[in-house]
Design a binder for this molecule. Structure first.
Ligand SMILES: Cc1ncc(COP(=O)(O)O)c(C=O)c1O
Length: 444
């Protein structure tokens, strides 16, 4: 009997998943899809990897779950050490959780508790960008700037002060540098209006994800944000739930800029879809202050359990053994070249942006004026459905505060080859042709 007990956001009929391998995933009807978005930008090492499966089985044979107030586990200690090494020791402490939202939630709470312990309890407000996505739990939602997600919960959310995200595609003010300067000025005046002594942290995704379609920032922006944090005594939180773990061609996107956050949130690629594991990393001093004041008043039952940590360790081993961070650079360059060629060919592509294997394709109704499609046309969903019908999975969202603008993310597993990218581009091109036809019919 078909079940109708499950509900999620969408009411569309979904295919039932059967199995997956590498960059492919099959439904129970035998249809094969190329997973060109790694699920939700998660399966970074591809599906069905024997090394990770074996590590998980091995751990299951020993102990799946032990609770962190009763036992420490060697795999948790090892994974924490590995993560610190990946930051070159710039962030020395690790706190495991189970999801990206929990990692962001932990970052918010660590920042708050740090200032309480330092005798500055008034520092409990946050500044974040619009648009942005930081997760679905209440604290993380408070940082999020994506109108449709915020609206139903406005009355019960403690919203951060929102400042504009740099927009290197649609900015109006003169040069890129003038635009960055203007955005930084707006950020500073928002801090001054809120009261600098009340700000705990500025939070951002160093490379944009689903809410912006891979928006990039500049070195000057990152330097400017760090300078604002230092000037006003607040912390810098980077949400690398999506951009971290090699996706952009560095282990962490902040490493492209050499601007180190005080707190870092990681998830998705850390467990690569094999098991929920996420982490908050922080500077030693923050943790020392909080630990010295009675400890971090926060935690989740499944956090840092042995099976989760064994999975994360195996994922990092695979990434290192197979050179997946450098493959993200190499294949990301190739993917970008091919997407830029599609942008030259298709009027409906306004902009391609991103870095490494985190690439966003923004759709527009009019290329010259950058005018988006009418929101009611749901261009992002339409292109995604056309691609799915052709056996290609891409990740759709809106880039203008969730209200308008359409993009899809092309974020295949970091194991992708040039031949795989050719296949992705062939299917995407076919989908774009069908999409343009649909858009023309709609306009007629
Ligand atoms: C940048 C960013 N932060 C936080 C989250 C929330 O992660 P999760 O869905 O694992 O709670 C996401 C999820 O897409 C994300 O992209």
């Amino acid at each position: 009997m078909p079940s109708n007990a499950l509900f999620y956001l969408t009411s569309n009929d979904m295919p039932l998943v059967s199995h997956a391998d590498g960059i492919y995933i099959w439904d129970t009807e035998g249809r094969r899809y190329i997973d060109a978005c790694s699920g939700a930008i998660t399966c970074n090492i591809g599906h069905n990897h024997p090394t990770v499966k074996n590590a998980m089985f091995e751990q299951l044979d020993k102990v799946a779950f032990s609770y962190r107030t009763q036992f420490e586990s060697q795999v948790a200690l090892d994974l924490a050490d590995r993560l610190v090494e990946l930051t070159d020791g710039e962030l020395e402490k690790v706190f495991f959780v189970g999801s990206g939202s929990e990692a962001v939630e932990s970052a918010i709470k660590l920042a708050c508790q740090y200032f309480v312990a330092k005798g500055q309890p008034e520092r409990c407000k946050f500044v974040s960008l619009r648009p942005s996505y930081h997760g679905s739990t209440m604290g993380a939602l408070g940082l999020t700037g994506y109108e449709p997600l915020e609206a139903p919960y406005r009355a019960i959310t403690i919203a951060s002060t929102k400042v504009p995200s740099p927009d290197l595609y649609r900015y109006h003010e003169g040069s890129v540098e003038e635009h960055i300067e203007a955005v930084l000025k707006q950020t500073e005046s928002a801090i001054l209006t809120a009261g600098p002594e009340t700000i705990a942290a500025i939070a951002l995704e160093p490379v944009g994800g689903a809410s912006t379609g891979g928006r990039m920032v500049t070195q000057s922006y990152m330097d400017g944000l760090r300078a604002l944090c230092d000037r006003y005594g607040c912390l810098l939180i980077m949400d690398e739930v999506l951009s971290g773990m090699g996706r952009t061609g560095e282990w962490f996107a902040y490493q492209h800029f050499g601007v180190v956050p005080d707190i870092l949130a990681l998830a998705k690629g850390l467990g690569s879809g094999y098991y929920p594991i996420a982490a908050m990393m922080a500077r030693q001093e923050l943790v020392d202050v909080v630990s010295g004041s009675g400890g971090f008043m926060h935690g989740h039952t499944y956090a840092g359990n042995p099976l989760a940590c064994a999975t994360g360790l195996a994922v990092i081993n695979v990434m290192e053994t197979e050179g997946l961070v450098s493959n993200a650079v190499e294949q990301g360059t190739y993917l970008r070249l091919k997407l830029d060629q599609l942008a030259d060919k298709y009027d409906c592509i306004g902009n391609v942006r991103g870095i490494g294997l985190l690439q966003g394709v923004e759709l527009v109704q009019d290329k010259a004026s950058k005018q988006p499609f009418p929101a009611s046309f749901n261009a992002f969903d339409k292109l995604t459905a056309l691609a799915k019908a052709r056996g290609l999975l891409v990740y759709p969202r809106r880039c203008l505060d969730g209200l308008a603008g359409d993009h899809v993310l092309i974020t295949p597993p970091l194991t992708v080859t040039a031949a795989d990218i050719d296949d992705i581009i062939t299917l995407l091109e076919d989908s774009l042709s069908a999409f343009e036809k649909l858009a023309q019919e709609q306009a007629a």
